[in-house]
Ligand binder design. Structure first.
Ligand code: ZN
Ligand code: FE
Ligand code: FE
Ligand code: ZN
Length: 266
């Protein structure tokens, strides 16, 4: 199975489990490498209730150490962060980068302005939102995140569809400018299986986006976005098939330079 580089820890307040259980789950799922990428702090104080605080970073490093100690030689454990793309965040991300020998940073758009639009807590706000405008704003931020060159991987490309809000008509008008920016940036994208378990009931991104990404030569990783040990490597067979159908023949390995592994149908 491909590596799973997008997984969480209880430090973000909405994930469960001990590092040993995540490693056992990674071994059972047969993923080739295991990466930890919890929600990164934003600023030195409290920002929102779904991430670790800055002062907890030492606990995060300990968590990574425990995962590595438990894994031993059995599976490579990589260290990363899932960073939020926010207005004027560049200096902050550069700062985070210096704090640990990360193998990679993942960039995510979870916020439009001050609204974390994928948070079920604020689902009601979608009812008063112009979906076309939200999509336009989302993809503009996604392209800007790629252009920042701050991240090795760009997370869950069409997260904005999470609660099934989609503009009418062909959505390629949103995808194409973002694909172009990502291709120029050299960043990889995720095929993130968590979406299969959300109202949208499909992986992020949708197959149309994935085909465009493949045609543009954008590298791919497959991710579970696990928030519990049982979710590590979840639905990777389905994701492999989706990626192969879109024309992908390999996925990217992170850390230790650029390596790739072939996608094998299951
Ligand atoms: Zn999360
Ligand atoms: Fe995310
Ligand atoms: Fe995540
Ligand atoms: Zn995520």
């Amino acid at each position: 199975m491909p590596a799973d580089y997008h997984t969480h820890t209880p430090l973000c307040l909405h994930a469960l489990g001990e590092p040993e259980a995540y490693i056992d789950a990674a071994l059972a799922a047969g993923v080739s490498e295991y990466g930890i990428s919890d929600h990164a702090p934003v600023g030195k104080g409290f920002f929102d209730d779904w991430r670790m605080e800055y002062k907890q970073l030492p606990e995060y490093f300990t968590w990574i150490d425990r995962a590595r100690a438990h894994a031993g030689e059995r599976i490579k454990v990589r260290a990363g962060l899932e960073c939020d793309w926010l207005p004027d965040c560049q200096a902050w991300i550069e700062h985070l980068r210096t704090l640990y020998p990360w193998d990679y940073l993942i960039g995510s758009v979870h916020y439009l302005g001050t609204w974390d639009f994928d948070n079920p807590k604020w689902l009601g706000r979608w009812a008063e939102t112009d979906v076309d405008e939200a999509w336009a704003a989302y993809w503009k931020e996604y392209a800007a995140m790629a252009e920042s060159q701050l991240f090795q991987v760009l997370a869950h490309p069409d997260l904005v569809k999470k609660f099934c809000h989609r503009p009418a008509g062909d959505l390629a008008r949103f995808y194409e400018p973002a694909i172009e920016a990502i291709a120029v940036s050299g960043c990889a994208i995720e095929l993130n299986t968590a979406g299969l378990h959300k109202p949208c009931a499909e992986a992020y991104p949708t197959s149309e986006f994935l085909e465009l990404a493949r045609a543009a030569g954008i590298p791919l990783v497959i991710s579970s976005d696990a928030h519990a040990p049982t979710e590590v490597g979840r639905d990777f067979t389905s994701a492999i098939n989706q990626a192969i159908t879109a024309g992908y023949t390999e996925t990217l390995l992170l850390g230790d330079g650029t390596r790739r592994e072939p996608l094998v149908a299951r």
